[in-house]
Design a protein around this ligand. Structure first.
Ligand code: NAD
Length: 442
């Protein structure tokens, strides 16, 4: 087999700053988790970069290094945290408020968390109706706020003597926005910022500031944010990797694990009803129909793409798919997601599957923030730019180039991710053909 060319990757030398716009449940669970892991207080369960392995060459070669030993990733001890929020709480206060991690654990790392203080956010209530932040930048246009964010980024890097930065959006879900003509080019986008155009949401201003400075940007929420030509072009122009949207955690993770299996065995689907109750701030924000619409679009697209009803009409044409999210304060961050799945088999005989996933949202999301930050930093050092489709593995609604459909099947996404790492290091792609072990075609 041909060896693919080796990509030149700069070493992960020095300190990496990870900034999150939004320092709520997900962000603080991520930061506190990394600090706790560094101190030996827990293990990075769920993190591909920390615990994942990668097979190289033939099965008989027994070469299966850890991913972190195969590609040059930043070490957890070299990470420094920061962020923005619209409330002044430091990471300790915010983590206590979020109630995800036990206070006994948080108290063991309290000084480190208290040192992580948010910078003032760029916020506008028109885009997140349920929040009233008071710790925000005021008195400027959207263009001025972008400049202020760039100043923040520059100062943060200098003050903490950081070598590289990555930004991961962990802010609230904004209202549903469609692509608008101002999103077409960098020039129209910049003009619109100066005119305070309503099609420019706060998350886009953070993304613009990051990309302008060549800082890789991942979007953990379903907001449009970077998913349009102007910011894709800017990412290419400044050689900056981007990815998104919407961390793939609870119910959608289960969907993208189960649906490929049903399809592989050609079991039919007549309906999939998904409902959730959750009581954290994210749940409160999603109680607003306009923020929920953004989330709903992100969650609904998954099954259609995986099941391909146009190719398999007998099994999948016209299946009913419904997703509901209800805010239910007593549960806090511990969500419950029910799925009722009506399937059918041989001769159309009906069957049912029920899933009741009592999950912890931020516990599932935290390792994704870490993996995205480390992989984006790797991509930047490998000189990759623009949309990083190989990171689709982590998202509910992966961004892709116009004209491509997003790949939602978790196992195809995993193959894409690992083959990209093999490509970077000049290793053979793994096709799983395996015929040469048996010589049955000779
Ligand atoms: N937890 C999960 O499993 C999961 C999965 C997929 C996506 N997400 C998304 O991740 C995001 C964060 O989730 P969370 O549970 O941490 O929510 P959260 O409400 O606990 O935290 C969000 C934080 O963002 C802040 N914020 C809102 N607008 C801001 C702005 N313009 N600038 C700076 N800060 C801002 C809020 O004050 C809050 O502290 C949400 O958009 C959520 O939909 C979470």
């Amino acid at each position: 087999m041909d060896k693919t060319p080796k990509v030149t990757i700069a070493p992960a030398k020095g300190r990496l700053g990870i900034l999150t716009p939004g320092m709520g449940a997900v962000s603080t669970t991520f930061m506190a988790g990394v600090i706790a892991i560094r101190k030996g207080l827990g293990k990075p369960i769920g993190s591909i970069t920390q615990l994942g392995t990668i097979r190289l060459g033939k099965r008989t070669e027994n070469r299966v290094p850890k991913i972190k030993d195969f590609v040059p990733l930043a070490d957890l001890n070299d990470i420094y945290f920061g962020g923005w929020d619209i409330f002044e709480d430091d990471a300790y206060q915010s983590a206590v408020h979020a109630g995800v991690l036990e206070k006994t654990l948080l108290d063991q790392i309290r000084p480190e968390l208290e040192a992580i203080k948010p910078m003032k956010g760029v916020f506008n209530k028109d885009y997140v109706k349920k929040l009233d932040g008071n710790y925000i930048k005021t008195g400027g246009t959207k263009w001025d706020y972008a400049q202020a964010l760039m100043e923040d980024i520059k100062n943060f890097k200098a003050k903490h003597k950081l070598d590289r930065l990555v930004i991961v959006w962990c802010g609230s879900t904004e209202i549903y926005l469609k692509q608008h003509e101002v999103h077409a080019t960098i020039a129209s986008f910049e003009k619109a910022m100066k005119e305070d155009h309503p099609a420019i949401a706060p998350s886009m201003i953070y993304a613009y500031a990051a990309l302008k400075m060549g800082v890789p940007f991942a979007n953990g929420a379903p907001n449009l944010t970077t998913d349009f030509p102007a910011l894709n072009d800017l990412a290419k122009e400044t050689h900056t990797p981007i990815c998104g949207k919407d961390f793939k955690t609870g119910q959608t993770l289960m969907k993208t694990i189960l649906a490929p299996g049903l399809k592989a065995r050609l079991l039919g689907l007549s309906g999939w009803f998904s409902t959730n109750i959750l009581g954290n701030r994210d749940g409160e924000v999603l109680d607003d129909p306009e923020s929920f619409k953004t989330k709903e679009e992100s969650k609904l697209s998954v099954l259609e793409q995986i099941l391909q009803p146009e190719l398999y009409p007998e099994m999948y044409k016209g299946f009913y798919h419904k997703v509901r999210i209800n805010y239910y304060p007593p549960r806090g961050d511990n969500k419950e997601g029910w799925d009722n799945i009506d399937i059918f088999g041989w001769l159309g005989y009906p069957m049912q599957i029920k899933i009741d996933f009592l999950c912890r949202d931020s516990i599932l999301a935290a390792p994704i923030v870490l993996d995205l930050a480390l992989f984006l930093d790797l991509a930047k050092r490998a000189n990759f730019s623009g949309i990083q489709e190989w990171l689709s593995f982590f998202f509910k609604s992966p961004i892709v180039l116009p004209g491509l459909y997003p790949e939602h099947d978790l196992f195809i996404q995993q193959m894409k991710l690992k083959n990209t790492l093999r490509f970077m290091q000049g290793e053979d792609q793994i096709t799983h053909l395996g015929a040469d072990y048996y010589e049955y075609y000779r």
